[in-house]
Design a protein. Structure first.
Length: 319
């Protein structure tokens, strides 16, 4: 009887233990579900090898997580931009220059597509200029920027926003910012001119080149500001999503808008104007630089620095 009683007690203890384990497991699962459903999480411990940005996060900064779909909240996008700046700052000069060349060539592809579709439709431009402008915006540069983003190209206009975000938060220093800007700009110029030379048979570029090289300085700057404000919003949007479809959609509307409204993108113009010059446009190198490339570049920098990197730093990055 004593043995039977001991066995019974042991079986009861085992049963209770299993019940306790089930309850513990259920409670753990509930906690995990609750944690996964939360919109915010606090980073309290981060390994010391993640760089300056990691040290900044390790102070207990509250970082938002996406609770619906794959979209990130704006503060998390700003953190992503700072992280991207840190990675760009760590690249070798050869890498940045090579990826810059690739980005310039890909933007050239998009600009060529825009030229062939919109510039080759004079009847539509005459009969329905609004539809013609939308067509040029929807077909061309969105494809170019999509290819740049998905292939990891170094586009100067986007780098202005990304690297400045990193500088403002201490993720990179001024030297790395200057190096990234300079190398991506040179690479973009080389890739764009190379693509212009490769595609010099597209006759529609002559009129575009002449028009762009005749802009007053102030007008070119203003068009550059508005252009890169929209371009950087497109880049921002791609950082807010992890899906390819989401990145493409994030790019489409801002880029379509800036092209349809006639704003100026310095890297696209590095293709469009030399392309027209090769085809006989009455434009000199000095006119190209002073009437378009230089003022548009200034405007592009202002648009990114003030209206995207600056605004989001004041909103999310200034501690």
């Amino acid at each position: 009887m004593t043995t039977i009683s001991a066995v019974s007690t042991s079986m009861s203890a085992i049963s209770n233990g299993r019940r306790g384990m089930r309850e513990t497991t259920t409670t753990t699962r509930r906690c995990l579900r609750a944690a996964n459903g939360a919109s915010w999480t606090t980073i309290s411990t981060i390994s010391s090898g993640e760089g300056k940005l990691a040290k900044r996060r390790a102070s207990g900064v509250v970082v938002p997580r996406a609770s619906v779909g794959d979209a990130l909240a704006p503060p998390a996008v700003f953190e992503a931009a700072c992280g991207a700046a840190e990675k760009k700052g760590a690249q070798t000069p050869t890498t940045t220059l090579t990826l810059g060349f690739s980005a310039g060539a890909l933007i050239g592809f998009g600009a060529l597509l825009m030229t062939c579709v919109g510039g080759a439709s004079p009847a539509l431009a005459s009969a329905n200029p609004g539809l013609s402008a939308f067509l040029k915006g929807a077909i061309g540069l969105p494809a170019g920027l999509t290819m740049v983003i998905l292939t990891g190209g170094e586009l100067f206009t986007g780098n202005v926003m990304v690297m400045l975000s990193g500088l403002l938060t201490g993720a990179v220093d001024a030297g790395k910012l200057a190096r990234s800007w300079a190398l991506s700009y040179v690479g973009n110029f080389a890739g764009s001119v190379f693509m212009a030379w490769m595609a010099y048979t597209a006759m529609a570029a002559v009129g575009i080149a002449t028009t762009k090289a005749s802009l007053p300085f102030g007008v070119a700057v203003a068009k550059g500001v508005l252009c890169n404000w929209l371009v950087c919003l497109a880049v921002w949007g791609t950082m807010a999503t992890t899906s390819v479809a989401g990145k493409i959609l994030a790019i489409f509307w801002p880029i379509t808008t800036f092209v349809a409204l006639g704003f100026e993108h310095s890297v696209a113009n590095m293709f469009l104007i030399p392309h027209g010059m090769l085809l006989g446009a009455d434009v000199t190198f000095a006119q190209m630089m002073t009437n378009n490339i230089i003022p548009v570049t200034i405007g592009n920098v202002i648009g990114a620095a003030v209206f995207v990197a600056g605004v989001n730093w004041l909103a999310y990055g200034k501690k």
